[in-house]
Design a binder for this molecule. Structure first.
Ligand code: R1P
Ligand code: URA
Length: 284
């Protein structure tokens, strides 16, 4: 790879900020909370002692400030791994590329990334309104196949691939793991599990409105293969973190149990408890 990046590869705004996130290197902390919903950003930053930076572009809203004296950033990613492709590449560029000269830096900076999201459960025993930490993830979105150097194989992935019955979908699967030491932040989570990340909310997650999903037994099959829950971002967050040398962990609040047909009775209260629970653990 060339050390100097062309203007078409690393696109910057007029003020030198990265193109989609609209941020300069000094706008982010080393601890970054990633949420899907832009409306969740102020709900998180309201707990900060002080918010120093507020910037946004499209679905990417960023607030940086201090909490209990420590610098922290909260950023929305919008929905889906295609946005994570942008978020992870541009966050990494902010710390590991000299934006002025468009050159890769020789010293590497590691970011700590915390996805604070919501998910649905495919395990009938998981109770809604509880925190679930992702250890292994299977990406159904196919994104990481576009990156030459990405590979992750472990006991979970080998078992999953061996038993996965849907041949049409199999080629797009990829796997990723949490940064194990980040698990120390959330050792007391009610659930630790394996997550499926999907490139859609409806049929990919077994939902049928007017259109039939692939298989009525899809959720049951996933659960039999060791999946606990699903959402739409973690596979790419974990995979990019491994490739780019960052550390990531996902905590999702379970708002739906799909096998039991249950949805959180008060998802606003559930979101508030997720925010307080995560903040209390990542910043002491
Ligand atoms: C779907 O409603 C969205 O909610 C979940 C999914 O991953 C998807 O982004 O995450 P957030 O609660 O972080 O938005
Ligand atoms: N997020 C998802 O992607 N699916 C759900 O069922 C709930 C939250």
């Amino acid at each position: 790879m060339l050390n100097k990046l062309a203007a078409s590869e690393l696109v910057l705004n007029d003020d030198g900020s990265v193109y989609h996130l609209n941020l300069l290197p000094e706008d982010i902390a080393d601890k970054i909370i990633l949420v899907g919903d832009p409306d969740r950003v102020p709900k998180v930053s309201q707990y900060f002692d002080k918010v120093e930076i507020k910037k946004n572009k499209r679905e990417f809203y960023t607030h940086t400030g201090t909490l209990r004296g420590e610098r922290v950033t909260v950023m929305s990613t919008g929905i889906g791994t295609e946005n994570i492709d942008i978020v992870m590449n541009e966050l990494d560029a902010l710390v590991n590329i000299d934006l002025k000269n468009k050159e890769l830096k020789s010293d590497h900076k590691t970011l700590e990334l915390f996805r604070m999201g919501t998910c649905g459960s495919v395990n009938p025993d998981v109770q809604v309104d509880n925190m679930l930490v992702t250890q292994n993830v299977v990406g159904f979105d196919g994104l990481m196949h576009f990156y030459q150097d990405y590979h992750c194989e472990n006991e979970f992935s080998k078992n999953f691939i061996a038993k996965f019955p849907y041949e049409k979908i199999k080629p797009m699967l990829y796997f990723a793991e949490w940064a194990e030491d980040m698990g120390n932040y959330f050792a007391d989570a009610k659930y630790h599990g394996n997550t499926a990340t999907f490139p859609g909310f409806y049929a990919p997650q077994g939902r049928q409105l007017r259109l039939k999903a692939l298989d009525d037994k899809f959720l049951e099959t996933l659960n039999d293969l060791g999946i606990t829950n699903f959402e739409m971002e973690t596979s790419a967050i974990y995979a990019f973190s491994k490739l780019l040398g960052h550390k990531a962990i996902t905590v999702n609040n379970v708002i739906a149990n799909r096998r039991r047909g249950e949805f959180s009775a008060d998802h606003h209260a559930s979101e508030k408890s997720l925010i307080e629970w995560v903040l209390d653990r990542i910043i002491k």
